[in-house]
Write a protein that binds this ligand. Structure first.
Ligand code: GTP
Length: 409
């Protein structure tokens, strides 16, 4: 396993090489020959309040230590003021097929009084990745485009059994048209079956009420019965009630399973009768990885791209997403270039304005100092002048003895 830093993405990247069993090599009808040859790329973001089991779930999903659980901050330690963005890259190889997985972790989410500090950096990260992709599309070497867009965002909901909290709604409302949202009920082993069913119903109606669109496995006309049943089962089970446990425990009947042991028994992570972990994993890495990538590219990114280009004055023919004419592409490039120049100019102007402000402050301060010094010197000279005047008066008016004394003083 190798771990190294990189500066190619906005936040530092931790790289790992892993060879555990995940399941993506069993991809059924979603496979494209090119993907198998070149390997897959998946960027998954995890968002949720601290301690909801994000690191544990990622490690359980990919059967490896990808995210190292964080040590909670000491009360005396300084708290961060905004969400941090951490990129962890893992190369997973299975039956000769490679998966380059990037996990975008977002520690600190929900920890602030001002909640926009929670979602703004996340939104910016998603858009920066779109922006980087757009820049690649406009570069000369288009055949070497690397897709670093976020393909899925697993959003962790507290296992309270209540409706969604305000922060859940606000976050998902802002993100649902930028990323494939996959909400999950965290730590489902802390709830009973009935509580999970009630929580799922409450959350589903909340999502519908607020018009939040989560990722729905698509069903195509030429899908076989098995694929349709799979997609429908996934849709019915959402939001998935998940349990994470990277370590193996012994069941009362002696089996070694990944799960959480309680005095009353073991909650098995991979047992579909115990939780929806298996469904989430199947959807993410086996049955719908390609659908997640396709929706990111064809719907979410294209919508963002159209808005982005419209803001720069480029009007696109909506029926032509793939191929743009060379003339149109040059026009887009020119506008992109001009937009970049305008941004640089604005940044330079801002720096210049700040420098002038600092110089003006310094000048004002020197003026005040000079005035104070001038006043001090004037006062000292006036005092000296008055003293000399007094001496002169005494010399002119006093007796010879007094004059002599004054003269010598
Ligand atoms: P931060 O990094 O602080 O944001 O936390 P996190 O969301 O990554 O949580 P983490 O995976 O570090 O887990 C926090 C604690 O919850 C650990 O003690 C885990 O063992 C425990 N935990 C993780 N998943 C589950 C779960 O599904 N059920 C239960 N009961 N505990 C869990």
């Amino acid at each position: 396993m190798t771990v190294q830093g990189s500066s190619t993405t906005p936040a530092p990247v931790i790289r790992k090489k892993i060879t555990g069993h995940v399941g993506f090599s069993n991809i059924p009808n979603q496979v494209r020959r090119k993907s198998v040859k070149n390997g897959f790329q998946l960027t998954a973001m995890v968002v949720g309040e601290s301690g909801l089991g994000k690191s544990t779930l990622i490690n359980t999903l990919f059967n490896s230590t990808i995210c190292v659980p964080r040590v909670p901050l000491h009360p005396a330690e300084e708290r961060p003021t905004t969400v941090a963005i951490e990129n962890i890259q893992a190369d997973i190889e299975e039956k000769g097929i490679r998966l380059r997985l990037t996990v975008v972790d977002t520690p600190g989410f929900g920890d602030f009084v001002n909640n926009s500090a929670s979602w703004d950096p996340i939104l910016q990260t998603i858009e920066q990745r779109f922006e980087a992709y757009l820049a690649q599309e406009h570069s000369v070497r288009r055949s070497k485009i690397v897709d670093t867009r976020v393909h899925a965002c697993i959003y962790f909901i507290q296992p309270t059994g209540h409706s969604l909290k305000q922060i859940d709604i606000e976050f998902m409302r802002r993100l649902h048209d930028k990323v494939n949202l996959i909400p999950v009920i965290a730590k489902a082993d802390t709830m009973t079956e009935d509580e999970i069913a009630d929580a799922k119903a409450l959350i589903t109606s909340d999502l519908a009420f607020h018009g939040i669109r989560i990722f729905q496995p698509p069903i195509y006309d030429d899908d076989d019965a098995e694929s349709i049943a799979e997609a429908e089962a996934l849709a019915r089970a959402a939001p998935f009630a998940v349990v994470g446990a990277a370590r193996a425990v012994r069941t009362p009947d002696g089996r070694a399973v990944r799960g959480r042991a309680y005095p009353w028994g073991v909650v098995e992570v991979d047992n579909p009768a115990h939780c929806d972990f298996g469904l989430l994993r199947a959807m993410l890495v086996r049955t719908h990885m390609e659908a997640l990538r396709a929706r990111t590219a064809d719907v979410l990114y294209e919508t963002w791209r159209t808005q982005r280009l419209l803001a720069m004055g480029v009007v696109q023919d909506p029926s032509v997403f793939e191929e743009t004419s060379p003339v149109e592409r040059m026009r887009e490039e020119r506008l992109m270039h001009e937009a970049r120049l305008a941004k640089m100019e604005a940044a330079m102007k801002e720096v210049f304005r700040e420098k002038i402000e600092i110089q003006e402050k310094k000048l004002k301060q020197s003026e005040v100092d000079l005035y104070a010094r001038h006043k001090e010197m004037k006062d000292a000279m006036t005092k000296q002048w008055n003293q000399l005047k007094e001496k002169q008066r005494q010399l002119e008016s006093g007796s010879p003895d007094a004059r002599k004394k004054t003269f010598l003083s």
